[in-house]
Design a protein around this ligand. Structure first.
Ligand SMILES: C[S@@+](CC[C@H](N)C(=O)[O-])C[C@H]1O[C@@H](n2cnc3c(N)ncnc32)[C@H](O)[C@@H]1O
Length: 263
């Protein structure tokens, strides 16, 4: 069973609702031509999916799937009037559509799986011959903060990466994806830089750089014996203050990897 530290709920749904194709998956845009049949795996609330739907137009269609029911329910309400978008509550591995897809995308999803190659093989099976899979994902080990955040957050973050690693998640999956694509049978594999850079003064800076305080709100690592609650709470307080006063810049390192199913 894959695990995730994101909890279902309004806060996380709101975070996903703020995403857009332009800001959060910009490198995908050139692939989106009218008429395509697209699958968005792990679509969250469908915020990026609805932008993809606009790009493929009324002759195209987007299906977003997610295995967190609340996100799908929320997206169905928010995007009810997007005619060429369908959101389905299902796990990728259980999904058995009648028709295959021209393009399958998954943003920030494989980082949570302990079997990413199996996920790519499943996506391969859902593609038409000549179809493309695009994965956007992180190298969490290369995250850059300027200046350095308080030691309490550095310790929390190091523990977070250890917790993820112990659960079988790859903390530098962006770097390993090209090899995974090859293992899954794809050809024409391409890797694009897709870093997220947040700078002080930008309207969303406190919200975006503050992500790690939100991650630390979850007590899961305390419950599993990875960190004591005192350090977790200290990390939240000190990091929140750092973001508001001292932080200049945060760069999350991501890559978009694409591969083609041979025709
Ligand atoms: C970090 S969120 C990314 C949401 C969206 N793609 C974005 O970039 O904002 C990861 C999503 O993947 C979903 N997910 C994880 N494993 C999944 C699986 N096996 N099948 C379907 N969805 C999955 C989670 O429920 C979550 O909504």
């Amino acid at each position: 069973m894959n695990k995730t530290i994101h909890r279902e709920g309004k806060g996380t749904a709101k975070l996903f609702d703020e995403r857009s194709l332009e800001a959060d998956y910009a490198t995908l845009s050139p692939l989106l031509t009218p008429g395509l049949r697209v699958l968005d795996v792990g679509c969250g609330t469908g915020a990026i999916s609805k932008d993809i739907a606009a790009k493929v137009g009324s002759a195209g269609h987007v299906t977003g799937i997610d295995n967190t029911e609340y996100f799908i329910q929320s997206g169905k309400e928010t995007y009810a009037d997007v005619k060429n978008l369908e959101l389905i509550y299902t796990d990728l591995f259980a999904y058995q559509p009648d028709e295959k897809f021209d393009l399958i995308v998954a943003a920030r999803v494989l980082q949570w799986l302990n079997n990413p190659v199996e996920a790519l093989k499943k996506m391969y099976s859902l593609l038409k011959p000549g179809g493309i899979v695009s994965i956007l994902d992180y190298n969490h080990e290369a995250l850059e903060w300027q200046p350095q955040p308080p030691p309490s957050m550095l310790r929390f973050y190091a523990t977070f990466l250890r917790w993820r690693g112990d659960a079988g998640m790859n903390n530098h999956i962006a770097e390993d994806l090209p090899g995974y694509f090859e293992e899954a049978g794809f050809t024409g594999i391409v890797s694009l830089d897709a870093d997220e850079v947040y700078k002080k003064g930008q309207p969303n800076f406190v919200n975006k750089a503050g992500i790690w305080a939100k991650v630390a709100m979850s007590k899961q690592m305390v419950e599993e014996g990875y960190i004591d609650d005192e350090l977790r709470l200290l990390a939240i307080d000190e990091y929140t203050e750092w973001v508001e006063n001292d932080a200049e810049r945060m760069t999350m390192k991501l890559k978009e990897i694409r591969g083609t199913k041979p025709a």
